[in-house]
Write a protein that binds this ligand. Sequence first.
Ligand code: BG6
Length: 521
Amino acid sequence: MPEAVVSTEPSPQIENPLRSLLESDRIEDPCSIIFFGASGDLFKRMLLPAVYNLRLEGILPANFSVIGFSRSPFTDESFRNYCKESIDSFSRSGPAKESMWNEFSRRISYITADFDDDAHFHDLREMLERSDAQLGTAGNRLFYLSTPPSVFPTIVERLATAKLDPQSNTTGWTRIIVEKPFGTDLSTARALQREINSVFDERHIYRIDHYLGKETVQDIMALRFANTIFEPIWNRQYVRSVQITASETLGVEQRGGYYESSGALRDMLQNHVMNLLALVAMEPPATSSADAIRNEKFKVLSAMRRLDPARLDSFAARGQYGPGTIEGESVPGYREEPDVNPASNTETFAALKLHIDNWRWSGVPFYLRSGKRLARKSTEIAVTFAPIPHRLFGEASDAIEANVLVMKIQPDEGLSLRFNAKVPGPKNHIRAVTMDFNYGTGFGVASAPAYERLIADAVRGDQTLFTRWDAVELAWEIVTPVLERWSSTKDRSFPNYPAGSEGPQQADLLTHDDGNIWRRI
Ligand code: BG6
């Protein structure tokens, strides 16, 4: 820990007039951010670069400290070098800028720790007290759990024993960010909640879902509630179906061990995709407060019809990729990936058909799917509207397509509306055309990575973009019957889709039953 360096210097900022900082973007509170699991991949690729860029942009105040707390043996010095490498390799603003790095690195320290050892948590408390005295961090503490979930309860318990819990902090605030997965099914999630809740109240807990930090995901609410033209048709009278797709071209990379016990339903659908669904389907909140918004998300999830275990195959489909080709390269099948059982029953693709039994959505199917090693990386929400009631135009051979509004979450970021138009010429041919909006060109700036927004919000104390326990619990309630069925019955068709394809044919049953088809990935 360095000598007293309480800073009052103004921050250098990324030079971009289109991204000029509004006063309200600045965070007032000094604080320490403590990363459990700081030697992991997420910290290196995402978390540390996010903190650095928040500081570079002047959003994070000068009086902060970063403490790494992990098993890998680092000294303060070697950990700072590791952090510098992380910024040089992964920061969106490029390699660390010397003047900023000098100021930033003095505020980084590290504890080589065993999560089971109380003594290391006492060391942490002492380090935090020194940070408050020397770096001006004012007793404000943000703990970030980015370890394997199996050690979440141990860390929380040890924090309490070392008097690092919110009640024992009499000078500042204490908050905790919890990475996913929050449990592995309904009962483990409830057990985890009980453990964390015995030390931290809901108002101190920030359950992170990085999809909620994506600009385009936040724009779902802006689209719906900052415009008048969409909401009147956003219901069963006009909407025929909603499809939410989160497809990836990547396989499981080096995460075979984790993925074997997870699968696509737990890894993506239960959290990221379910959050997208809640934002698309919820009622307008009365205010923009965190609780008003999270109340509406909870309400819409509670209106979701529970899946009938006897008819599960009509509502849920799974797949596993075999060998195939992605962007011209041959890639192995899931069962050939490192740390994967050669006879694995784990799904790398999951699709669900859900219904929301309320006045707005009664009868409208919501199709959700996510998978690895599919034809394209794409996350989108497509709302398909009713067909026209009476055909006036077009030649007999012209197909009159339904209108479709697509919210493109990534990697394309924008909105597109498919509608019918007259083809120029002497006849009245009708053809569907697309009107596109792209965020990059519309605003002239690239979206900031989700973790920047989310870490900033946690330091600000804004829980809007974090998932509340009641919604997590409902999401588990909805998917748990499927998880149970899939783990207890072996799918003999696995692998049932080649890498680089549109996914397994089984998924088509979900849409065909209603006379619909999946959009091309
Ligand atoms: C993570 C999953 O939560 O999200 C990964 O664990 C997945 O398996 C990733 O690849 C996808 O995130 P993004 O932002 O690339 O869509």
